[in-house]
Design a protein. Sequence first.
Length: 168
Amino acid sequence: MAEDKALDQILSKMENMDNKMEKMDSKLESLDSKVSSLDSRVEKMDSKVSSMDSKVGSLDSRVEKMDSKVSSMDSKVGSLDSKFDGIENILSNFRNEFDDFREQTDETLARIEHRADATFEQTGMLSEFRTETLSGIDDLKDDINFFINKEAENEKEIYKLKQKIINN
């Protein structure tokens, strides 16, 4: 019985290997067709490379023309360099003048800030004085109203006392 099982397993493995071999055969056939396709592509590429060789030849002549144009451009760039140097000198002078102007402006702004600080300080002191003065005036108003009312009460009491004296 154990031998039967072993034989069955061997048979099953052999069938499995047969299946795998068939799959490999089909894959090899597929690879073979792909290689044939690649061969035809390589032939096409060879013809394209030949075409590119002729195009490279025409590009060489164009490059030679470009070289002569670049030489012409070099001389023009040389004249532009000298003009650029002149512009740099003018710009340097402008920067110096601008720095002087900035320094003068900074000094003027410092003086203005100092004056503004003094003005703010004086304004603050005047506001404080006004607040204190208004508070004092309010106190005086209260005191005057108190004295006026007190005087009216005193006058009333004096009147009552006079009436008592007259009536007695």
